[in-house]
Design a protein around this ligand. Structure first.
Ligand code: ZN
Length: 500
């Protein structure tokens, strides 16, 4: 058995190395590559993807997994070996169901759809994007068909981002969450909006970047094993635990964007840096799922970064860096300003009280598209009517409506719900963490974040993708994904800010 396991590990290192090379090329594409490199980069990525896919789905890997399946039960269930066999088999069986011609066609269609989407968004013209989106939707429905029988057509799509979670479970969670979010929003709507004009004064970009770096250094982001670069759509990518890349963007007129974006990506980055290095070069050297990953970014961005204790420590430093912009703004005014609630059209700019509503409307539309009950041509009007219903707003055009997000052009149906689930999980984790760290608020107000990072490392980060996400959440918080801690957090926070 040892020999077979060693052989499997050796084959997997090649797959992981190829995927890592893809990730390096992808990082370069979104940070440094000149526009002229796009075509060549597409070929390079396609070739690597094809080789990695062929290696992973080879008969030898299949045979080894079959042989090791029953034998693997001899290892303790939480051991690296048992988890490697289990998680690899799961991915292998999924990849095996997808024909390589499909992989190729899907890559080609979504690559084109992405560039058409960029142009359609720039000219705010959905009709330009519509034929491409129709192809993508058809391909996604075809993808789901490879996994029949399923309970719901959306299940296989969701499973790619949140392994093991079912559509019915997400619907149940959102059905509990939605009325509570709407009720909170109604309570807030009757109150005056806190002052926030000072956030759009002119803030030199390089100083904003400097401040962001100071904050995440204090959090524990390791610069010996990571770096930060500028990009248009911020993301984080880890090549292994010794090399994790975060990205950010900055706008001199929008102080919040770089500060909170940097904390968000650092949350993702510290997760990747915290994975046990013994898992490097295996499929387990990544986050457990998109929702778990997002719980880490949201925890640092919101639970820590938008809290009053955090600004008790950091606001004097921010005032020092931007004296003319902030000298007359008190800590309390600043804190209320960055936590103001204002229904808005754009998801990425949404505050904590409205963010999940943006996700819920996308989920409903995605499910309808996959079920076939909504046609792509009717998507803009369906979008606009839901925005009106959920947020009380009317998008002035498609760029501020149905075209705002990149995900659908890339075929990422099933992704959006993990953003909202990540919010819920972040609050669940925070409650567990608070119970274990009695002086949490005091620590934060003194700029002491080590207890938080140490706790997250021990409970979540070091395990990488060893455990299925639902099992991991249960281990850490005692329950599955549930909206109650998040609503407790929001209600307490906004009750204080808005005197509800
Ligand atoms: Zn994120």
């Amino acid at each position: 058995m040892e020999q077979k396991l060693d052989r499997l590990k050796a084959l997997l290192t090649e797959v992981v190395d190829l995927r890592t090379a893809q990730a390096v090329l992808g990082w370069d594409q979104e940070t440094l590559m000149p526009p002229g490199g796009a075509l060549g980069r597409g070929y390079q990525l396609g070739t690597l993807a094809k080789i990695a896919h062929a290696k992973f789905t080879s008969d030898e890997v299949g045979q080894l997994l079959e042989d090791l399946g029953p034998l693997g039960k001899q290892f303790p269930p939480d051991s690296d070996e048992a988890c490697l066999i289990k998680i690899t088999l799961r991915e292998y069986l999924k990849l095996k169901r997808v024909p390589s011609e499909y992989v190729e066609e899907n890559t080609r269609v979504t690559s084109n759809a992405y560039s058409v989407w960029e142009k359609a968004k720039a000219s705010s013209d959905f009709s330009m994007f519509r034929p491409e989106l129709e192809k993508v939707v058809a391909l996604r429905r075809q993808y789901a068909s490879f996994f029949q029988p399923y309970v719901h057509v959306y299940d296989p799509l969701l499973d790619d981002f949140e392994p093991g979670l079912k559509t019915a479970e997400v619907k149940d969670i959102f059905n509990v969450l939605r009325p509570q979010q709407v009720a909170l929003l109604h309570a807030i709507a009757g109150k005056p909006v806190p002052e926030s004009k000072f956030l759009t004064a002119s803030y030199p970009e390089s100083t904003q970047i400097e401040f962001g770096k100071e904050v995440i250094t204090r959090f524990g982001f390791d610069w010996q094993r990571g770096r930060e670069d500028l990009t248009v759509h911020p993301f984080t990518t880890g090549f292994n635990t010794g090399d994790v890349r975060i990205t950010t963007r900055v706008d001199s007129q929008r102080l919040e964007m770089a500060i909170f974006g940097t904390m968000h990506e650092a949350g993702h980055g510290m997760y990747e840096q915290g994975i046990d290095p013994t898992l490097n070069r295996t499929p387990l050297a990544s986050g457990a799922s998109m929702a778990i990953h997002e719980s880490q970014s949201r925890l640092w961005e919101n639970l820590v970064g938008r809290s009053r204790p955090f600004w008790v420590y950091f606001y004097p430093r921010l005032q020092q860096l931007f004296p003319s912009q902030l000298e007359n703004i008190s800590l309390d005014t600043f804190y209320r300003g960055i936590n103001r609630v204002e229904p808005s059209l754009i998801r990425v700019n949404a505050d904590e009280a409205t963010y999940n509503l943006h996700i819920m409307l996308r989920l409903e539309l995605e499910i309808a598209l996959m079920e076939g009950s909504l046609a792509v041509k009717d998507l803009p009007s369906a979008w606009n009517s839901r925005v009106k219903e959920y947020l009380g707003l009317t998008p002035p055009d498609d760029a501020n409506g149905v075209l705002q997000d990149v995900h659908w052009s890339q075929g990422y149906f099933g992704y959006f719900s993990t953003y909202a689930l990540g919010n819920l999980v972040s609050a669940q984790i925070w409650e567990a963490l608070s119970a274990d760290i009695p002086d949490l608020e005091k620590d934060i107000s003194q700029g002491e974040f080590r207890p938080i990072l140490t706790w997250l490392r021990e409970k979540i980060h070091r395990h990488g993708a060893k455990f299925e996400p639902q099992d991991l959440i249960r281990k850490v918080t005692g329950t599955g994904i549930t909206p109650e801690p998040y609503m407790r957090y929001l209600t307490a926070k906004y009750s204080e800010i808005y005197h509800l």
